[in-house]
Write a protein that binds this ligand. Structure first.
Ligand SMILES: [Zn+2]
Length: 189
């Protein structure tokens, strides 16, 4: 199986704005320097501090869900940032982690090894899909061949999983891997 990890499609909203204490890490210092530079060059043109605050809060949120530190998260985000932070820090790129049940893996290889080759349980037709994102079971459900999408409006309907891969610092939703079903309580349809 050649499952690849792609950017989550979640459109989660912004976390409530709150004052955030600075983090003691290079990532924070780099981001703050960029904010201060913009404030000098184009004062009051954008709310730069709001984005800074959002990034810090989101790093703390990711830390609370994954067991990493907020500093490690923000350092990694900043090390990967190649364009303006005002465009980089937004829910499409760092979506909120809705689930309390997040499984954390060091690497994509670890994740794929854990999933194995038994496929994923589609939350709609309940058959096995080879794709973790879009049902390809070929089974008919509700009068048509099922093509349920994990990033659609109803997601995995609480029957899938959220995984977080440390090397990518990305969270994403998957259909429930069949290999994990013994450990997860499957809801009856
Ligand atoms: Zn399906």
């Amino acid at each position: 199986m050649q499952a690849t990890i792609k950017q989550p499609k979640s459109e989660a909203g912004l976390s409530p704005a709150a004052c955030s204490a600075p983090l003691d890490c290079d990532g924070y210092r780099k981001l703050l320097a960029a904010v201060e530079d913009d404030e000098k060059k184009s004062p009051r043109f954008h709310d730069y501090r709001k984005t800074l605050s959002w990034a810090v809060n989101q790093a703390k949120h990711y830390a609370s869900k994954t067991g990493l530190t907020p500093e490690a998260i923000l350092d990694a985000w900043e090390s990967k940032r190649t364009y303006w932070y005002m465009n980089y820090y937004q829910p499409a790129n760092q979506p909120s982690i809705e689930s309390d049940n997040v499984r954390v893996f060091e690497t994509v290889d670890d994740l794929l090894a854990s999933i194995g080759k038994t496929g994923f349980r589609c939350p709609n037709c309940e058959a096995v899909s080879k794709s973790p994102y879009t049902c390809d079971s070929g089974v008919k459900a509700h009068g048509k061949v099922c093509d349920w999408k994990v990033y659609g409006l109803f997601g995995h309907m609480g029957k899938g999983v959220s995984v977080f891969v440390k090397e990518q610092l990305a969270i994403e939703q998957l259909f429930m891997p069949v290999a994990w079903e013994q450990n997860a309580t499957r809801r009856k349809p």
